[in-house]
Design a protein around this ligand. Structure first.
Ligand code: HEC
Length: 157
């Protein structure tokens, strides 16, 4: 009798183990369902999409604000000569910060570009103080528009 009880109990435990054991079917299904999501996350170059969109937005603002009347920027097909060229700005911006004559308050290239657009009088690039076409402030633009311009210029190599 005791032996029979033991067998019945063992079978019961085994069944219980199969149904509510560590790997429940629902958990397993959730895990399986998550695999495509994980693959999609790895495969989708989110960062790349974001940067392409940001560059495109930067170009739109650059053209809409006529920055190219005074600046040269090949990707925007502009050739303005009243201000410094924006081609190679990713390399130019750090050199401005290293210049002992720099009078602004920026400490990173992005901050320098932002400062140049919002408060151009903070630092006037050598040779442009007497320009008849001064860099106007664009502080009236939205935060998103300024961000896009900074992004665009910071990526000109
Ligand atoms: C009326 C002419 C004019 C227009 C329009 C203009 N700029 Fe300028 N910009 C200048 C001049 C001149 C300088 C150089 C003097 C100075 O540093 O302020 C300059 C300097 C700059 C600099 C610093 C460049 C460097 O080599 O360090 C940036 C960045 C800049 N402009 C961005 C812009 C952007 C973005 C726009 C459009 C939203 C714009 N500018 C529109 C005349 C202009």
């Amino acid at each position: 009798m005791i032996r029979l009880c033991f067998i019945v109990l063992s079978v019961a435990f085994c069944l219980a183990g199969c149904i509510s054991g560590p790997i429940e079917p629902s958990v397993l299904m959730t895990g399986v369902a998550m695999v495509p999501t994980a693959i999609a996350r790895i495969a989708t170059p989110t960062a790349l999409h974001a940067s392409t969109a940001q560059l495109a937005q930067g170009l739109r603002v650059y053209r809409a604000q006529y920055c190219g009347v005074c600046h040269q920027l090949s990707v925007a097909e502009t050739a303005g000569q009243f201000g410094p060229s924006h081609d190679g700005m990713a390399r130019t911006a750090p050199t401005r910060l290293l210049n002992p004559a720099y009078t602004g308050t920026a400490s990173t290239p992005d901050a320098y570009l932002r400062e140049s657009i919002l408060t151009p009088e903070a630092y006037v690039v050598d040779g442009y103080a007497l320009s008849s076409h001064h860099m106007p402030s664009y502080a009236h633009l939205s935060r998103a528009e300024i961000d896009a311009l900074v992004y665009l210029l910071a990526h000109q190599r």
